[in-house]
Design a protein around this ligand. Structure first.
Ligand SMILES: Cc1cc2nc3c(=O)[nH]c(=O)nc-3n(C[C@H](O)[C@H](O)[C@H](O)COP(=O)(O)O)c2cc1C
Length: 345
């Protein structure tokens, strides 16, 4: 059924298709029979549930940041079986993001290119939504960033602002310094600014009332030297986890014609082409960071084999984005059921 729906959706520009699908999903969810149907068809059940720092994950598959930036669809997305959802990236002030079009499909590569630029309604709108509707049995992460107009020297204040506002309503934080679509943001991955931001959040006074683990989201384009630096930052700050990875700025090895790819312009590439790059970064991090740092594998997951590979490389959780767009609403249930079957054989 989904291949047919996808064919129709893929005739519509991707950003509009996203809003249309999400509005339809929400409408179905708000209708009591629709909600029951969603839950009975897409509930993934438990698979190797585990507890980490007071959070309970029913299984390892979550939804990556950027899909529900403003937390507008959390309850309906939760009905599609995710064990956790990362909302955001959110910034202190609302901002429109880059000009459209800014999201493109590369079907021949099972990929997307985006240069959204942190379009979001601002951290206060997100907080109000999460305070009103919080699904039970679902872990919620808050992915935080800086406004486009905030210079890097003042970026730490944006991260603290988002952290303080969301602290009462999320379960963990992810610090995003790896999006390629906010100019200069990736420079914050350097050791000094990074340690400063992480220190301020991990040692924030609100943490002594209720501790919210702090994770860092990294790019797949890091050099070995930068990965070493991040491992050192982990040791120096007591960072709780790493999300590996964001989208790549590389365009290597694509099946889509180079002229088509060039015409689309800049942005982050996600989906199948980022899988091996993300796996490499995950593997290197697993060998270098302290054992108790939680690794979350993201990038190019479409199947249970993709999940299994990331778990084998050292991830304890994974997230999906582009694979979900291509595979559709049954993706999580299918992955969990295949993981279960393979364990039994
Ligand atoms: C349209 C789009 C928007 C995204 N927005 C964000 C974002 O706001 N913050 C973030 O940390 N990652 C964002 N990402 C990156 C994803 O969370 C994920 O790290 C990346 O796409 C790799 O996973 P995938 O191959 O499963 O898509 C975005 C990705 C896409 C395709």
């Amino acid at each position: 059924m989904y291949p047919l729906i996808r064919r129709i959706l893929f005739t519509i520009p991707p950003e509009e298709a996203h809003h249309l699908t999400m509005s339809a999903l929400k409408a179905v969810y708000e209708w009591p029979i629709g909600r029951k149907l969603l839950e009975s068809n897409f509930n993934a059940g438990d698979y190797r549930p585990f507890e980490w720092k007071g959070l309970r994950f029913r299984h390892p598959v979550g939804l990556a940041a950027g899909f529900d930036k403003d937390g507008a669809y959390i309850n309906s997305l939760a009905a599609l079986g995710f064990s956790f959802i990362e909302v955001g990236t959110v910034t202190p002030l609302p901002q429109p993001g880059n000009d459209r079009p800014r999201l493109f499909r590369l079907p021949a590569d099972r990929a997307l290119i985006n240069r959204m630029g942190f379009n979001n309604e601002g951290v206060h709108a997100l907080r109000a939504r999460l305070a009103k509707h919080r699904p039970v049995n679902l872990v919620i992460g808050g992915n935080i960033g800086k406004n486009k107009d905030t210079p890097n020297e003042e970026a730490v204040n944006d991260y603290i602002n988002c952290f303080e506002t969301l602290h009462p309503v999320v379960d963990y934080f992810t610090v995003n310094v790896s999006s390629p679509n906010t100019q200069g943001l990736r420079a914050l991955q350097d050791k000094k600014p990074l340690e400063n931001i992480l220190h301020q959040l991990i040692r924030h006074p609100m943490q002594s009332v209720a501790y919210r683990p702090v994770l860092l989201k990294v790019a797949p384009d890091l050099t070995d030297g930068q990965i070493d630096d991040i491992a050192e930052v982990c040791r120096n700050t007591g960072l709780d986890g790493i999300v590996a990875t964001n989208t790549t700025i590389s365009r290597e090895g694509l099946a889509s014609p180079p002229s088509v790819v060039a015409r689309l312009g800049g942005g982050g590439l996600s989906g199948r082409p980022v899988r091996d790059l993300s796996d490499q970064v995950l593997k290197k991090l697993a060998l270098r960071v302290p054992q108790d740092v939680l690794l979350v594998g993201v990038g190019g997951i479409f199947t249970d084999a993709d999940v299994r590979r990331k778990l084998d490389l050292g991830a304890r959780l994974v997230q999906v984005y582009t694979g979900f767009v291509y595979e559709g609403p049954a993706m999580v249930r299918r992955i969990i059921s295949n993981l279960q079957k393979n364990d039994e054989n």
